[in-house]
Design a protein around this ligand. Sequence first.
Ligand SMILES: Cc1cc2nc3c(=O)[nH]c(=O)nc-3n(C[C@H](O)[C@H](O)[C@H](O)COP(=O)(O)OP(=O)(O)OC[C@H]3O[C@@H](n4cnc5c(N)ncnc54)[C@H](O)[C@@H]3O)c2cc1C
Length: 272
Amino acid sequence: MVNGYAPISLREALELMAAHKLTPYAGGTDLMIEEKREDSFLFLHKIPELKQVSDDGEYIRFGAACTFTELLEHSLTPALLKEALSRIAAPAIRDEGTIGGNIANGSAKADSALIFFVADAQLKLAGAGGERLLPIKDFYLGRKRLDRRPDELLVEVLLPKKWLGSYYYQKIGARKALAISRLSFAGLLTIEDGKIAHCATAFGAVSDVIIRRADIDAMLIGKTPAEGKAAKAAYLAAFNEAIIPIRGRVSAEYRKTVCLNLLGDFLERFGI
Ligand SMILES: Cc1cc2nc3c(=O)[nH]c(=O)nc-3n(C[C@H](O)[C@H](O)[C@H](O)COP(=O)(O)OP(=O)(O)OC[C@H]3O[C@@H](n4cnc5c(N)ncnc54)[C@H](O)[C@@H]3O)c2cc1C
């Protein structure tokens, strides 16, 4: 039997989280496949603050308990995020699964988390000690290890609006639909006034945590596409060093080769 609390405001939810040992329960699509759980749950579906979507000029702010379907249907959801969400599972899972659960489950295969990584999104967490914002990259400490205190809830994802328009996205699965990522890649690249104004990449399902190496991407920023081409070999070599794949259903060698091929294809798409 599943037991727990179903608060109707964020304030009530945080009071309950502070007073009891509770596991947040959003859509349950990850939690319910875990065997034999004894937890008491905090059900998030009735908390209006976690279901809001707004645009504050700099960020699109998504409530953590928004489902994939709700965001696919929302006019503020950018095309790149919609593309990734539309490739998650099947409609029944998309109706229940939330972005907060996708992020807080701590998997490097999480398809919405990949987009939040490449865009350098910020996460808003709230708990007994108040609220804090942190870059999504810092939330992940390792496989299934997160910078989240037991009394904290993930409240909001702040997606920077700048640079999202010009993107490249690939999800490699065993099938075209209903497939968990064997590997996923997202890249953002903007050329302004003949120079690479922004370049960001993220690799999912390769390592314990989604790989985002802004320091390597910076090798291309400020260059013309021709200069970028000249720097391409060094850029690819740097990622070849940085990507240390884990063995899973597919071999580490396969993962590394596909990562580098996708990276090359991404640059070619932008004439680099
Ligand atoms: C058949 C199937 C196919 C799937 N296919 C895909 C796929 O293609 N791509 C993909 O990315 N995922 C896939 N998933 C995984 C899953 O649907 C997603 O990870 C989903 O986003 C989880 O969200 P949820 O709301 O169901 O999370 P839940 O199961 O409710 O929670 C997951 C974890 O997050 C924690 N949590 C949830 N919300 C919060 C919060 N606000 N604050 C703090 N902690 C929180 C919970 O305590 C739990 O530890 C699939 C799952 C199934 C069963």
